[in-house]
Design a binder for this molecule. Structure first.
Ligand SMILES: Nc1ncnc2c1ncn2[C@@H]1O[C@H](COP(=O)(O)OP(=O)(O)O)[C@@H](O)[C@H]1O
Ligand SMILES: [Mg+2]
Length: 305
């Protein structure tokens, strides 16, 4: 199946971790293309000012053009919250952005890109609204409202909306993590990455009492092990610890059984190519070993809900 067929109400999935370099962007690209190869229509939203997923999907030339024409998330946010205009989000989405083909058709992956000004715009919004006597809490409320009013309705158009979150916790990243149906937390199974994972889970899932009226995410964090190296002892030990933690009574996390291996082919999946690749050519044996099982697990999260 390659033609996008609506599979029902769309799902919002945030791929997040405070730590950088843990495979968030790689996971978003792979998962977007794998879901699209499974017949779904997918929108990728870039929340990272490094614009990694934007450049991976759109390529440098198209991304530069979209940034110059204000076809980005930050241009939308600046107009909406700083200029107090009524900008539209939909014209900033580029449909059919992936050049990867599957069964002779391009994959149905769309993109709402970010550019390097996203960080500045998020900061400007805070200055601007603080100047208008908004509290930090009210500012976060404004961003949540945008999420509810602009992103959630896109689930009528797309089967999956994947947010590639910024490292750290930027204002829009926090809103996406709290408002999504599923948060996939990518983590390398080593000491520092899982230490960072605990901090992230504490901040978002276990801190709602202190921070008052913030919404807790709909589901517990779903950890996806990335860059896994079976032969590395530290990886084996950390994986065993994560498995025990996820299996415990009252576990605070879930753990995907599928793991993303450390593999050159997966790192290269993000690089631009001269000739548009096919889905199976691009991912090779990882399609059946990793991508198909991961898609099944992600769909399983939503079964019956
Ligand atoms: N499974 C993998 N195998 C090999 N290299 C990987 C894998 N996943 C990510 N990488 C590499 O690790 C680096 C960070 O990955 P990235 O997806 O950009 O992380 P993040 O978005 O969390 O910062 C990139 O250079 C990427 O190519
Ligand atoms: Mg990234």
């Amino acid at each position: 199946m390659s033609k996008a067929v609506r599979q029902g109400p769309g799902r919002l999935i945030a791929v997040a971790n405070m730590k950088g370099g843990v495979g968030k962007t790689t996971t978003v690209v792979m998962l977007a293309e794998a879901l699209a190869a499974d017949g779904a229509s997918v929108l990728v939203v870039d929340l990272d000012p490094q614009a990694s997923v934007s450049v991976c999907l759109a390529g440098e030339t198209l991304l530069a053009e979209m940034i110059a024409r204000g076809r980005t998330l930050e241009a939308y946010l600046a107009l909406k919250l700083i200029n107090r205009d009524k900008p539209a989000l939909a014209p900033r989405i580029r449909d059919q952005v992936s050049v990867t083909t599957h069964q002779n058709e391009p994959l149905a992956v769309s993109l709402l890109p970010a550019g390097p000004y996203l960080r500045l715009v998020e900061r400007e919004i805070i200055y601007e609204l603080t100047g208008r006597n908004f509290s930090m809490h009210a500012i976060e409320g404004q961003l949540s409202t945008i999420f509810q009013e602009e992103f959630v309705p896109l689930t009528a158009r797309y089967d999956y909306i994947l947010f590639d979150c910024a490292p750290g916790i930027s204002p829009m990243t926090e809103v996406a993590v709290r408002g999504s149906d599923l948060v996939v937390v990518t983590s390398i199974p080593d000491y520092l990455s899982t230490y960072g994972l605990d901090a992230f889970v504490q901040t978002i899932w276990n801190n709602n009492g202190r921070r008052g009226s913030h919404l807790a995410p709909a589901r517990p964090p779903h950890v996806l092990v990335t860059r896994f190296q079976q032969q590395v002892r530290q990886h084996q030990q950390t994986l065993a610890r994560l498995q025990a933690e996820a299996a415990a009574k009252n576990a605070g996390i879930r753990l995907f059984a599928t793991r993303i291996p450390q593999a050159a082919a997966l790192a290269e999946a993000l690089m631009p190519r001269e000739v548009p690749p096919t889905f199976s050519g691009k991912y090779g044996a990882h399609v059946s070993n990793v991508l198909i099982p991961l898609v099944a697990e992600v769909k399983g999260v939503f079964d019956g809900t």
